[in-house]
Design a protein around this ligand. Structure first.
Ligand code: MD6
Ligand code: FE
Length: 198
């Protein structure tokens, strides 16, 4: 695991935020559900060739937004270039950003349960995460769900990369800390995860 603290300058953060807002106009945030139809505790959208969603059919990558049925917007060039150079830092010189999941944690009680990222066909490529806005309390464990976890605070402008052994480590978001950043006028936290799926 590689945690790069305060990696993005404020202007880089604002540029990425601007792209997220533009993407949100055409691919609005939605609340996904679990197989049993219980809703997630946050909203999401995507950009890229495919987008990750969850619904009554489970976790899946799909080519169209589930509400508008339109293809996802392309991944902005600034995010593609940034993540290619970040992947090279952990030894992947051939990373192809194919999808970017955008999670929005708006409320104090927004959270993401402990999970392993395993919907991807390619389980070797690193997963690169960009945090914007309020602090996120990230929990990282090991390869087994029952492994002990430790807390890491993900601040606005931080990058987190799960690669090699840590690629399959269980992790989650315990909550956010409202009022810790003024990047997003509306408050809350955005997290972008960029992946090579295939
Ligand atoms: C989040 N992140 O930070 C959720 N997954 O809001 C993730 O679930 C995640 O940060 C894989 C790799 C990096 C991540
Ligand atoms: Fe994850």
């Amino acid at each position: 695991m590689l945690h790069l603290q305060n990696y993005l300058s404020e202007s880089q953060q604002r540029e990425i935020l601007h792209h997220c807002r533009e993407i949100g106009k055409r691919a609005p945030l939605f609340i996904p559900t679990m197989k049993n139809r219980s809703p997630f505790n946050y909203q999401m959208t995507n950009c890229g060739k495919v987008g990750w969603i969850s619904d009554q059919n489970g976790y899946q990558y799909i080519e169209n937004h589930p509400v508008t049925n339109k293809p996802w917007q392309p991944i902005p060039e600034v995010i593609r270039n940034l993540t290619k150079s970040l992947a090279a830092k952990v030894g992947d010189y051939n990373f192809t950003p194919e999808t970017c999941l955008i999670n929005y944690y708006q409320k104090e009680n927004s959270k993401l349960g402990i999970h392993q990222d395993n919907t991807e066909i390619n389980k070797a490529a690193p997963i690169i995460s960009i945090s914007l806005g309020d602090d996120g309390i990230f929990l990282i464990g090991g390869k087994r769900r029952k492994d002990p976890t430790k807390e890491i605070i993900l601040k606005s402008g931080d990058i987190l990369i799960l690669h090699d052994e840590s690629r399959m480590f269980y992790h989650g978001i315990k909550g956010i800390v409202p009022g810790t950043s003024n990047l997003l006028n509306s408050g809350g936290r955005l997290n972008l995860t960029i992946r090579q799926v295939y």
